[in-house]
Design a protein around this ligand. Structure first.
Ligand code: ATP
Length: 473
């Protein structure tokens, strides 16, 4: 792991953002817990996504489907048969890898060395082989490209085998009656099986969308890069149901909307790019990733997929229940086509954290702070009385009590004001409000801005309005 990622991981742990799961037992691989500031940041990201989907679009509504679903769901969706990743082992180190990720890493290496054409053609070859399920071909490609194991340094590889990523468990307490069910590997199917329920009860007309945030589980072969690839994670997905034939226009429109959303979050243009898929999933007729320049290179944050009518059609076939919509405008019954936007809340969190993590030299001293958009910062303002006496704490509490109903604010009186500023910088608090003796006289306070460390004097009554405008997205 590179040093910048290491710094971010230790910052996340030390300042209450992310801890390894069940850490006292040495953790559980690829599972993480969110701490006091992490949960605030993650909730803010989720709320922002939810509001951008369901409030800004009067034709998108939300649902919250269960994690467990009827097992036939996953037959129909294709996950039982083909939600696999190609796995390969190195015979010397006994380490297991995802064959496609090994090749992708090689391509990234080539790209870095300026061999962009070679990288592209390597990825295209891999895409073709995987699509044809030519696992032997994938192994040959790894050998011919002289891809070696990062641990043993050798190219002594086993065959490539498919590995299904779904976690299975049993429902029912009596062994004979128990049946295998799965932890959902994506939230989307909860939306598809509820398509008609929602369409009818919320009286939706095509085109319309259904949004959902919820946990998904994948038994990832290699879990690495912190919360980038987890075995338990959260997805935020929106399925947009459209008239057949119009799907590619909607696909482009949604890709555009989503890229703009990331920029509005404060992600600079040069750290974002889109990447069209070389290999299409079994359900798609177009797919792209929105990628972010992580410390370990450009990687997918969000997928935009044109899923055709694959899912609804398949559910109709398996359930024997019509999944059609009557479109009064064209006087026709049809199964709608679907454009999906799918983003992991945890991956979005990691992108946000990587983008915000800032180390600067100031007067020969290093200053570390999180440059988070105020709309997503865990704490919006810290109320800090200069001293613990002369009525300053009481005044500070009064300000705190006025703001706490509308904003996540904190009140702190311990330690020097400088130390308290630093602490807020480390968790990304955009504003520190210092209460001093003058405050008692004229009700003004000093606001210290996180990014510039500049200070301004404002009246207490202005604080609420300033926070409202700063934290709006
Ligand atoms: P990858 O190629 O990285 O395995 P994918 O193409 O399988 O990802 P999708 O099935 O399109 O991913 O999932 C949509 C989104 O869900 C991804 O863009 C990512 O943000 C998130 N996601 C998928 N798998 C994981 C995971 N194991 N941990 C965290 N987030 C994930």
């Amino acid at each position: 792991e590179n040093t910048q990622l290491k710094d971010i991981i230790s910052h996340a742990k030390e300042y209450g953002f992310v801890y390894p799961s069940s850490e006292i037992y040495d953790g559980l691989q690829a599972v993480y817990d969110y701490g006091a500031y992490g949960v605030e940041l993650k909730n803010n990201l989720k709320r922002l996504w939810w509001e951008s989907m369901t409030r800004l679009n009067d034709n998108i509504v939300g649902i919250d489907a269960a994690i467990f679903m009827h097992p036939t769901t996953w037959k129909a969706s294709g996950h039982v048969d083909s939600f696999n990743d190609p796995m390969i082992d190195n015979k010397d180190s006994k380490k297991r890898y995802r064959a496609d990720v090994l090749i992708e890493d090689k391509a990234a290496e080539l790209e870095k060395a300026g061999k962009e054409e070679e990288a592209k053609s390597l990825l295209a070859t891999m895409g073709r082989l995987l699509e044809a399920e030519d696992l032997e071909g994938v192994r040959d490609l790894i050998v011919n490209e002289n891809i070696t194991c990062p641990v043993s340094g050798t190219a002594n590889w086993t065959d490539v085998r498919q590995f299904n990523l779904m976690f299975a468990t049993q429902v029912g307490s009596v062994a004979e009656d128990a049946s295998t069910i799965y932890l959902r590997p994506e939230t989307a199917q909860g939306i598809f099986v509820n398509f008609l329920n929602v369409q009818k009860t919320a009286r939706m007309k095509v085109p319309f969308g259904i949004a959902q945030i919820g946990k998904a589980f994948r038994n990832e072969i290699v879990a690495r890069q912190f919360i980038f690839r987890m075995r338990e994670f959260e997805q935020m997905e929106m399925q947009y149901f459209v008239r057949p034939g119009t799907e590619l226009d909607w696909y482009k429109a949604w890709a555009d909307t989503r890229v703009k959303w990331h920029k509005a979050l404060g992600i600079p243009e040069e750290k974002l790019r889109t990447h069209d898929h070389d290999k299409l999933a079994h359900y798609a007729n177009a797919a792209m990733d929105i990628e972010f320049d992580f410390p370990f290179g450009f990687k997918e944050v969000e997928g935009i997929h044109s899923r055709t009518d694959f899912d609804l059609k398949s559910h109709q076939e398996f359930s024997k229940k019509k999944q059609q919509y009557f479109d009064p405008e064209v006087n026709q019954n049809y199964i709608p086509y679907v454009i999906e936007t799918s983003i992991g809340a945890d991956r979005l969190f990691l992108m946000t954290l990587c983008n915000a993590f800032t180390e600067e030299e100031q007067e020969g001293k290093k200053r570390t702070y999180l440059k988070l958009h105020p709309a997503i910062a865990p704490v919006k303002a810290a109320i800090l009385p200069l001293t613990k006496k002369d009525g300053l704490p009481e005044k500070g509490r009064e300000i705190f009590d006025k703001l706490k109903f509308d904003f996540n604010v904190v009140y702190e009186e311990a330690a020097s004001i400088g130390k308290r500023y630093t602490r807020q910088d480390l968790i990304g608090t955009p504003f520190c409000v210092a209460v001093d003796h003058q405050t008692l006289e004229d009700n003004t306070v000093t606001i210290r801005h996180r990014d510039t460390t500049e200070q301004e004097r404002v009246h207490i009554d202005e604080l609420h309005g300033k926070l409202v405008s700063a934290t709006s997205f």
